[in-house]
Write a protein of this length. Structure first.
Length: 246
């Protein structure tokens, strides 16, 4: 049979549309080699067993994972975990489910968890796209953070960008009604793409009006990281985009 969009069955709720143009063999990351420091390795050994969760491919039970019932926020691509730890400390009443593939970054966040005695973070060292697909029940998360996703500047690499319609459709379906999606980027063409993709998703509504082109003021909880401060000093812009689920 010729594989045309009309030959596909209708997409299940929360699944990517049948004609989704985000093939799963194109990842939004490259597995970078990077040195894990002695401190990060020690954090893996000391607190890893408590805060790392394996990728199982089965739906997660948040109450069992966090040993409490609390609103749960997903973070995709936390890098070295600077903003993650800051926000988790600011909001002890929320659970943070944090996905990152880069081993030194995971070690760095484990180190911060240990140093700051944080208890409300769990880490999945795995592709967040597969976590969303297979481990997050529909309507299960209260918010999602995607801060400075890899911009994939070159045109031929744009297809690797995380924030594209199929992924956003799946993510929106995993938000509870009233839940939010907060993205931030310092790359204007990506900011424009994010705004366009989120605006086109039927389950999402922009929290910002048109006065700043649809971009939101930076929510207070998102800290200015070292990387962002450096950019601001160089005169670079940063765009926050905050939508809620209907
Ligand atoms: C440019 S960094 C930004 C890190 C951090 N959010 C910040 O603001 O500094 C993007 C991160 O996203 C991670 N990443 C990209 N795609 C991912 C995916 N599908 N699942 C998990 N992590 C991903 C990369 O490994 C990288 O560390």
């Amino acid at each position: 049979m010729i594989d045309t969009p009309s030959s596909h069955p209708p997409a299940a709720p929360g699944a990517a549309p049948a004609d989704a143009s985000q093939p799963r063999n194109i990842r939004s990351f490259v597995r970078r080699t990077g040195r894990t420091t002695v401190g990060q390795a020690k954090a893996f050994a000391d607190v890893g067993p408590k805060f790392l969760r394996p990728y199982t491919g089965a739906p997660m039970d948040f109450a069992a994972t966090y040993e409490r019932s609390a609103p749960t926020i997903l973070e995709i691509g936390f890098g070295m975990g600077e903003a993650t730890a800051h926000i988790a400390a600011l909001m002890p009443e929320k659970n943070f489910l944090c996905c990152e593939v880069h081993t030194p970054g995971v070690g760095a966040l484990l180190k911060r968890i240990d140093e700051q005695s944080l208890t409300n973070i769990r880490i999945l060292q795995h592709d967040a796209v597969e976590v969303i697909d297979n481990m997050l029940p529909l309507g299960s998360v209260d918010g999602a953070h995607i801060f400075f996703p890899d911009p994939w500047h070159k045109k031929k690499h744009n297809k690797r960008r995380l924030i594209q319609a199929p992924l956003i459709a799946k993510l929106a379906a995993r938000l509870k009604p009233g839940g939010y999606l907060h993205c931030a980027t310092d790359w204007q063409p990506y900011a424009e793409q994010i705004l366009e993709v989120l605006s086109a998703e039927a389950l999402l509504r922009n929290t910002a009006d048109a006065s700043n082109g649809g971009y939101a003021p930076k929510p207070d909880y998102r800290p200015l990281t070292k990387f962002e401060n450096r950019g601001i000093k160089l005169g670079h812009g940063v765009w926050d985009v905050v939508f809620t689920r209907v």
